[in-house]
Design a protein around this ligand. Sequence first.
Ligand SMILES: Nc1ncnc2c1ncn2[C@@H]1O[C@H](COP(=O)(O)OP(=O)(O)OP(=O)(O)O)[C@@H](O)[C@H]1O
Length: 576
Amino acid sequence: MGRGKAALLLTSWKIARSYWFSEEKWSAWGLLVTVITLNLGIVYMLVLINTWQVNFYEVIQSHNYQGFMESIGHYCILAACLVVVRGYQIYTRMMLHIGWRRWMTERYLSDWLAHKTYYLLQLSQEHDMDNPDQRISEDIEMFVWLTLRLSLDLLQDLVTILSFIVILWNLSGIITLSIAGFEIPIQGYLVWVAMLYAMGGTYWTVKTGRPLVKLDFDQQRFEADFRFSLMRLRENAESIALYGGEKQEKWSFHQGFGKIVATYRKIMKVRRSLTWLTSSYTQISSIFASIAAAPRYFTSQIHLGQMFQIVDAYRHVQTGFSFVVDSFTLLAQWRAVVNRLNNFLVSMEMVRGQLPRAYKLNISRENASVYSACNLQIFLPDGALLIKDLSLMIRPADKLLIMGESGCGKSTLLRTFAGIWPYASGKIIVPDKQKVMFVPQKSYLPYSSLREMLVYPDIIKEDKDKVMRETLVMCRLPHLTDKLHIVADWGHTLSLGEQQRVAFARVLLQKPNWLFLDEATSALDESTEQAMYKMIVSTMPNAAIISVGHRNTLMNYHTEKMELNRLGSCVVTTIK
Ligand SMILES: Nc1ncnc2c1ncn2[C@@H]1O[C@H](COP(=O)(O)OP(=O)(O)OP(=O)(O)O)[C@@H](O)[C@H]1O
């Protein structure tokens, strides 16, 4: 085995191993053994049916009505058993499939969400994954399906081929070939002929169908790109409509779909040749087996029943072979899926493990009364220094305004305070058991009911509708009070100013001790901005408020101002 193949097997084992040694290992192994047993049971039933044919044709040939009826009865029992076993086989196999997929999906999801990995992956250009969502929804499904297909089905096919080869060997006897006066005895000639025929067919099928591997792969990629471009139109519908970008969008859809059509045309041609080949092969095989068995039949060494037995055995050997051949094309897909999943796992491990360690930012929750930062150095992902040596102490009820020109790092400073910006070093102490809340310029509004959205990221545990209505009125959103139970895509329906007021309603409902606002009033008029600030100060007098913003009016609601500059340093002054 080449090093590449060994590495592939090792990687796939790395991906699969965790499930087979997980807390669900007993049910997983139990199901696996059941499926293998049922698979072997199916092969056994097929062999029994194959052997049954001998007697069946014999009784027909000898006009034995009684024997004929008994043989039919015998067949009914065998067929019924085969049907039942096949049903249970598919059922248990699907059970194994969904159990494995569920476990892997839950594991990948938790890994992706743990320690804000989803965010770190997006930040890190080096480890940016193209579509983590696709890894979790499609690749895991493909991995499980292909692994089962390439192990369980392959095992069944190989056992089938082997069993029918044994039958053919026993029916072959010894035939003698006369070549140039030499008599050459050949044992098991039916096996050799079947193998040659199956291998010849296989060779031509593989040769003809080989281009399909790359074409199918390309087609999947083009389909995904096309889907993605459609999704982007939906997500940016308003912007595109305002720019009137339909022509450009249509052109790019046309390009994307054009690739799908072109690849499909190539696939059509290969499929046509492949169908010509495989259907000729199938047609020939039904008489080929009879021709191969003819020398023994016409010399009366075997009778009619055995002749049919040989034809049936040939069919199984050929079908088995064609499945084995199919597996080679599936292997390419499997390799791609294994690599993508491994890449995802490795990227998650790298961004989680390496980045924070390299930058050594120490964030601790301590029994302290102040929120403080000590010797904070903040960098960009490329290593450039953004903010240098910042030390800051925020006391309860402080009102601090952070200002500075666009791009100087104000939002990044808040991200660092929140502990989500990994490119930083220094120490941040967060007072223990106190609620900290960060409100960005555009808050996340999940697709949910308004009441669920208002308590996000908490989950509604009690009926707070009355308080929620009052809060909405306080936040100048009276028109939403009767929509608490309506489920909608609020991020698309509410105006930016309304979304910012909803964020304030969240603040009032959740009452944090430390509130960080990043341009959270940028879309509000001055009077509404004033109302929002006054309201939070009056309802949460002990809360510290740290705001980032550009407007001078914000100075009215803060007592201290921190001015960041492009050189990465800052000055704190008192606002009079
Ligand atoms: N994920 C990122 N990858 C690379 N650079 C980034 C990333 N996020 C921010 N930056 C860069 O960091 C710098 C500071 O950005 P930041 O958003 O903190 O600025 P800001 O002061 O809040 O700006 P504004 O006032 O315009 O909101 C910018 O030059 C920005 O391009």
